[in-house]
Design a protein around this ligand. Structure first.
Ligand code: C2E
Ligand code: MG
Ligand code: MG
Ligand code: MG
Length: 283
């Protein structure tokens, strides 16, 4: 960032910064009404078990459609919501609706199936988080192990001790924990040692280059072997073709996810495509 402070602590803004600031303020204010205007929704992206080739769960991914801004990617608004604190309320919207959906699917299709929900570091600081999650699980009669919480390493940057306390409590309630975007941060290995993670999601930047880069293949092999040795479930994210699916399966990944099977879709499409029993094999 090119913010320049003088000795009085005043900051000079250039026109680009000014427009970035006004964009941020506009987004923040539109996001503030998004829940009440019903602009937020959830998509679901399947997880495939590498052994059985069955869909065993889904990741929940938020979507925002605003009439002024159009479709806004979570990559572009989650950070804004974190800065303004709105992520707390949005986070509850995601948890409540996803678990309600899961309860409905469990009743209708009567099969074991789990959801993975992304949680922001800011949500970990909310002192009601655990109670609310536990209440929702009870309300919808969902066993804790059918909820997986995905965290990135950012969760530990500010207050690792507090994060550890929260993760231990979630673990105690049987909720599964997954380290997302593995390999992109600074010291992931120590997190695996000190926190009760059940699974690791290897970042899609490693999967993307599998066909072309021997180094990527070696890195993926090494990460999968490490997860296997630590008895962590390994999820390969961003699998876009059969080569990548075969490669990670052969190396011992437990689960994969990616456009090769399906993009995130809404609940109705998800049920149509993956939950209604069908005679056609996926591959
Ligand atoms: P993430 O948790 O790492 O999610 C994976 C992202 O990769 C998703 O993007 C998904 O659509 C995309 N993806 C999945 N398979 C493929 C593939 O084969 N190829 C490619 N190119 N992309 C693939 P999305 O939905 O745009 O979400 C982006 C990020 O926004 C997520 O990254 C997550 O960090 C955040 N996010 C999404 N929903 C939520 C939410 O409900 N709460 C919080 N706190 N963050 C969320
Ligand atoms: Mg994720
Ligand atoms: Mg990820
Ligand atoms: Mg990511």
């Amino acid at each position: 960032h090119c913010e320049i402070s003088n000795n009085n602590g005043y900051k000079f803004f250039n026109p680009k910064m000014e427009s970035e600031l006004s964009n941020r303020i506009q987004m923040e204010s539109l996001l503030r009404g998004a829940l009440s205007r019903d602009e937020l929704s959830l998509n679901y992206q399947p997880f495939v078990d590498t052994q059985s080739q069955n869909v065993i769960g889904a990741e929940v991914l938020i979507r925002w459609y605003n009439p002024t801004l159009g479709q806004v990617s979570p990559v572009d608004f989650i950070e804004n919501a974190e800065q303004s604190g709105q992520i707390i309320e949005i986070g509850y919207f995601v948890l409540r609706n996803a678990l309600k959906q899961l309860a409905y699917w469990r009743e209708l299709y009567n099969r074991d199936f789990y959801l993975a929900i992304n949680i922001s570091p800011v949500q970990l600081k909310d002192s009601y988080l655990i109670d609310k999650i536990v209440q929702l699980l009870e309300l919808y009669k969902i066993p804790g192990n059918l909820l997986e919480i995905e965290l990135t390493e950012n969760a530990f940057i500010h207050d690792a001790t507090h994060a550890q306390e929260i993760l231990n409590k979630l673990h105690h309630h049987g909720i599964r924990l997954s380290l997302d975007d593995f390999g992109t941060g600074y010291s992931s290995l120590s997190y695996l040692q000190n926190y009760p993670f059940n699974s690791v999601k290897i970042d899609r930047s490693f999967i993307r280059n599998l066909e072309t880069s021997e180094q990527s293949r070696q890195l993926v092999n090494t990460i999968i072997a490490m997860a296997n040795n630590l008895q962590l479930s390994l999820v390969a994210e961003g699998v876009e073709n059969q080569f990548q699916a075969d490669f990670v399966a052969k190396q011992g990944a437990n689960i994969w996810q990616g456009y090769h099977l399906g993009k995130p879709v809404d609940a109705n499409d998800f049920a149509q495509q993956y939950l209604i029993p069908s005679m056609t094999p996926l591959f």
